[in-house]
Design a binder for this molecule. Structure first.
Ligand SMILES: NC(=O)c1ccc[n+]([C@@H]2O[C@H](COP(=O)([O-])OP(=O)(O)OC[C@H]3O[C@@H](n4cnc5c(N)ncnc54)[C@H](OP(=O)(O)O)[C@@H]3O)[C@@H](O)[C@H]2O)c1
Length: 253
């Protein structure tokens, strides 16, 4: 098993990619501290995780809250005694053209997508430095590189995450490897919520799948496989990198 005796924090694990990542890590023997805002979904998640690994805890809260992130790291250390990795996955869309966007929505988008990563890593990195090797994977988006209508806050926040992950790799190597993943359209509730930003919302999700070179939406498990690889010793010479995983959209879809 690739993650036996390792402990990870995964944010936004109650749905979509976060849930697929949590399940794939548990199957590889990891102990997990998983988060989300919905306690009921957290309960269901734990039930799905427990058959693979007895060591899973769920903490409900908002990733945009500094104290919540501090609690998360303290709980991981109190319960597991070590922290070997973090996957920052929770995120929000914050849709609207720049002139229409309320300042509060801009702030919320940056707080949820970017400040949250600063908040969590501020407390997690010192603990991870105590381990022989550790890993951070930041879930960004192809929106860091490709523009979508009415996504100014989202695109800017995801570009910030790619830059942040690269910068942190400089300051925290060689002990901690830090990479970002940039998914294209993945079939989760999130992409269905984004459809309203497009000229033809009814067809936007199907069109997104057709726009890939591989002619389908990504599955959450497609992304989980890449995040598992980057979080394991299989990726022991990979840091400061950003991986698009998008069915080929950036290449010419
Ligand atoms: N789907 C795509 O096409 C796509 C493409 C590229 C990148 N992404 C990125 O992938 C990540 C995961 O998205 P997904 O598609 O898997 O979406 P999803 O199925 O809607 O899941 C989002 C997760 O994030 C959690 N979350 C959202 N805001 C939060 C907050 N303020 N505090 C704590 N947890 C919060 C949700 O928790 P609750 O449900 O418990 O509230 C949920 O677990 C996001 O960062 C997104 O930007 C998505």
């Amino acid at each position: 098993m690739k993650l036996l005796h390792k402990t990870f924090i995964i944010t936004g694990a109650t749905s979509g990619m976060g849930k697929a990542i949590a399940l794939s890590f548990a199957k590889e023997g990891a102990s997990l501290l998983v988060t989300g805002r919905d306690a009921n979904k957290g309960k269901v998640l734990l039930e799905e995780l427990l058959p693979f690994n007895g060591e899973c805890i769920f903490l409900v809260g908002d990733v945009g809250d500094l104290a919540f992130n501090q609690n998360l790291v303290e709980l991981a250390i109190a319960h597991f005694g070590q922290l070997d990795g973090v996957v920052t996955n929770a995120g929000m869309l914050g849709l609207g053209s720049l002139t229409d966007l309320a300042p509060e929505v801009w702030d919320d988008t940056f707080r949820t997508n970017v400040d949250s990563v600063y908040f969590l890593l501020k407390y997690a990195l010192p603990e991870m430095l105590k381990r022989p090797s550790a890993s951070v994977v930041v879930n960004a988006s192809i929106a860091a590189f490709k523009s979508f209508p009415n996504h100014p806050a989202y695109c800017a926040s995801k570009a910030a995450l790619v830059a942040l992950a690269k910068q942190l790799a400089v300051d925290y190597g060689p002990t901690i490897r830090i990479n970002s993943v940039c998914p294209g359209p993945v079939d989760t509730p999130f992409i269905h919520a984004s459809a309203v930003a497009f000229p033809n919302p009814g067809e936007a999700v199907a069109n997104a799948g057709k726009a890939t070179l591989l002619k389908r939406l990504g599955a959450p498990e497609d992304i989980a496989k890449l995040v598992l690889f980057l979080s394991s010793e299989d990726a022991s010479w990979i840091t400061g990198s950003s991986y698009t995983i998008d069915g080929g959209i950036l290449a010419g879809g």
